[in-house]
Ligand binder design. Structure first.
Ligand code: FES
Ligand code: FES
Length: 171
């Protein structure tokens, strides 16, 4: 019989306090206890990246982490990226514009992996881009449109940064 743990996890900006079995993976906790089914499960042994979520802003595979291990930490799922009325954020918008998904199974994990790149790497190289999505398997797109989406969002981010610099320079 498994033991239960009370966990306190900030999920998409909201503190959630729940009791979970010691053996429950973070992915199952998010999907089954919190109803956040945007986190997909593919291989369930840490290979495909479908279950990617952000833990304190860093992409991790939620199928091989226990919910109890996330106690006291911050988790972002795909549901946490869109605005209050469901409006898409910049990365999601770029995926739509470039048709960077077909079946969509890999998409939540892929979008979160790209979001972490955008948030954490100011001027990513091709190698940084390869590293960011290299652990996320997509069987449909051949990655061409996913790369287009990344280029698009990075271009938009660069424009915002340039206009911020210009604003600061004008002050
Ligand atoms: S479902 Fe977690 S890595 Fe495949
Ligand atoms: S869009 Fe189908 S696996 Fe990526």
């Amino acid at each position: 019989m498994g033991s239960n743990h009370e966990v306190h996890i900030e999920v998409n900006g909201e503190l959630r306090t729940c009791t979970t079995e010691a053996r429950t993976s973070l992915a199952d906790f998010l999907r089954d206890q919190l109803g956040l089914t945007g986190t997909h499960l593919g291989c369930e042994h840490g290979v495909c990246g479908a279950c990617t979520v952000l833990l304190n802003g860093t992409p991790i595979r939620s199928c091989i982490m226990l919910a109890a291990q996330a106690d006291g930490q911050s988790v972002t799922t795909i549901e946490g990226l869109s605005g209050p009325d469901g409006e898409l954020n910049g990365v999601q918008e770029a995926f739509c514009k470039t048709h960077a998904l077909q079946c969509g199974f890999c998409t939540p994990g892929m979008v979160l992996a790209v979001q972490a790149l955008v948030d954490n790497v100011p001027e990513p190289t091709q190698q940084d881009i390869d590293d960011a999505i290299g652990g996320n398997i997509c069987r449909c797109t051949g990655y061409v449109q996913i790369r287009e989406a990344i280029e698009l969002v990075l271009g938009d981010v660069a424009k915002v940064r340039t206009s911020d610099d210009a604003t600061v320079g004008a002050r």
